[in-house]
Write a protein that binds this ligand. Sequence first.
Ligand SMILES: Nc1ncnc2c1ncn2[C@@H]1O[C@H](COP(=O)(O)OP(=O)(O)OP(=O)(O)O)[C@@H](O)[C@H]1O
Length: 270
Amino acid sequence: MKTDEPVGAAHAVSPTFTVGEPLLTCTELVIGYNDKAMLPPINMVIRRGQFIAVVGRNGSGKSTWFKTLLGMLEPVSGTISRSHPTMRSAYVPQTSSIDSILPLRARELTAWGRLRGWSFLWPFARKSERDAVEVALETAGAKAIANKPYRELSEGQKQRTLLARLIATEADLVLLDEPTAAMDAVAERETMQRLCSLARERGLGVVVVCHDLEVAAEHADVLLFVDRETSAFVVGDARTVFCHPAFRRQYGDEYCHRAPEGPHRGPDAR
Ligand SMILES: Nc1ncnc2c1ncn2[C@@H]1O[C@H](COP(=O)(O)OP(=O)(O)OP(=O)(O)O)[C@@H](O)[C@H]1O
């Protein structure tokens, strides 16, 4: 499988896109380490304009699936195909994966999202690049912290900076591993709302690991529940996932009883 680097170089998102167009297709994809399957074969398509929230207990395989999609880990078997060769993906890891001694300001780390080849030597040389970085900072709600050293930021502020860097990449498909884990409740909802907008208005495919089940159900179009114990990989609306026997076994019946009827289209759905 051809792989992209975790955070891709800048490229323009096509100004015209078709919501629902496939971006990435997993066919009989088996993930795991050392040739040992972690979950049953995965068959699913990630589409433009779709906001998918991935839920599941610790150690269930969520990050492993992400790493496999990104080409950082070879699949045990099966295939991952991109809709077109220029399709780019970008990744926000958990903040603990970023070196906290980096001597960079938040603005510079955001600019890294647009680096290509040797451009890291002069990341702010072109006005168009500077503008794109400012837009990314603004969109991520990170403008106020842009001049602060990354290592001095709170964990929630670091997550905003990483979100800005992700937006700066202008990728087609973005994968975020617990991007709101260190945020307060207001910042978490704002961030999920921003990710909704990226999916709807820019036609990105957005996949987010989220441990807050209510926030996930409130914002995502599709939920994906992963569970190693019962070998479950369940994709569907909140009701389908929350009422699945494997989910109920892990989280109890309460979420099923409160799950909204029918497919969910996020907080601003009409
Ligand atoms: N490099 C590795 N080699 C072998 N096993 C690994 C490796 N990295 C992780 N694992 C195991 O794979 C399993 C799934 O880990 P993964 O990080 O995908 O879970 P997760 O669902 O993302 O968990 P969390 O919610 O805690 O982030 C865990 O049991 C973990 O110990």
